[in-house]
Design a protein around this ligand. Sequence first.
Ligand SMILES: *Cc1c(COP(=O)(O)O)cnc(C)c1O
Length: 497
Amino acid sequence: MSKEVYYSSTRGNKENIKASEAILRGLAPDGGLYVPSFIPRLEKSLRELSGLSYQDTAYEVMKLLLTDYTEEELKYCISHAYDSKFDTEEIAPLSEAGGAYFLELYHGATIAFKDMALSILPYLMTTAAKKNNVKNEIVILTATSGDTGKAALAGFAKVPGTRIIVFYPKHGVSPIQEQQMVTQEGDNTCVIGIEGNFDDAQTGVKKIFTDPELAALMDSKGFQFSSANSINIGRLVPQIVYYVYSYGKLLKEGRIADGDPINVVVPTGNFGNILAAYYAKNMGVPIAKLICASNSNKVLFDFFQTGEYDRNREFVLTSSPSMDILISSNLERLIYHIAGDSAEADAAYMKQLTENGKYEITDAMRKELSDFFGGFATEEETFATIKDLFDNSGYLIDTHTAVAASVYGKYKAETGDNTVTVIASTASPYKFTRSVMNALGRGDESKDDFALADELSEVSGVEIPEAVTSIRNAQIRHKTVVDKTEMEGAVKNFLGI
Ligand SMILES: *Cc1c(COP(=O)(O)O)cnc(C)c1O
């Protein structure tokens, strides 16, 4: 029997709630993020884990952190999430190219890594509602930089007892990302563009979440909010699985010996994916370096360089829009841990972030970051990486993955570290077709993204995923655009309250 794990807010240690309650709530009432009372160690050996399917690996990991779910409940959630929605039985295949292993996390319904967690979150959430006798309808409120929105919509559409509202920056997502969202079916879905950037959307959502008057009104009408953003612990836990799984794959295929260290490179925005790798490391996966790759919004790179997190800078729109973020929400969990699981310290830093847009951690905390390496890639470097890798190995990657691959190249040149390395490949190149075609020197302003996808398929020999072909001529169902100050009104409007 695993030891019970409880969850408390990064900003206040007072409550200790069960995993299912933390998943239902999403964000803690004090605005903090739920963190586990301790990080459990894997129970099976790496060798044993290497023989498991993705689904069985998921169970091994999730049972340790979601301890109030029964075996039957977890297995139900896992088997319904990781099924034929993925276009490969492996769920998360590893491909070797250019001297690294690309962990392809984009074989789910919406062809980005968000599917890895958002295909299971609706099951974890509705199971949690049953376990906790929740009678209200659950309203999922989500801010998206492009990929979370569609993955959450796909997961929650038509799920009884839930509604989902997605806010996206009207001018900050790719045409294919937008088309994916605005064509979403399901009467319980609502998609709204905002005049503002992702940080505005995320800040607005957090504000709506923590408004006690609205919460009371919602409750009186039979609703309650939850979150599908990576602040929800139900997003983070399923993301740990593929780091465990990829280590097992490398071991099984004889690419590494049992216990050998590996490095992991993660193209980072909100810091959720790389935080999952950090948890995997702390659960016992021999990860040496956690390489955090940023695009030109390099606030995290600067943080790892100087120990100061400073969001006061120009927000840049890049070709890797899902990483165009200046407030990396999940960094708060790391801050909490490196401060010695101190909610008091974390709350003080987050207060400074809200008030001054910056904070600086102590030297002692910086020492705790020695396993992290921060890097960034410019737009030119990102494009050159796509082209070089394709020309030299025939392997095609998207812009986000290219940021990681570029940073990895620079890391290797700088350190001479030749440790076997896994690069998280977070989106299909077909999600960012125009940028990928530009990178290959085949851009064409006169063509739309779908025509470009046809060409990319001819050039690369990689088939266009069903997720793209199916939205090509789909009807647009969501047309609302509001100012960033009008988000709460839009929510009330959709719920009819
Ligand atoms: C969301 C996303 C990222 C960033 O992941 P975080 O967990 O927010 O750091 C990177 N690439 C793609 C394609 C994404 O959708």
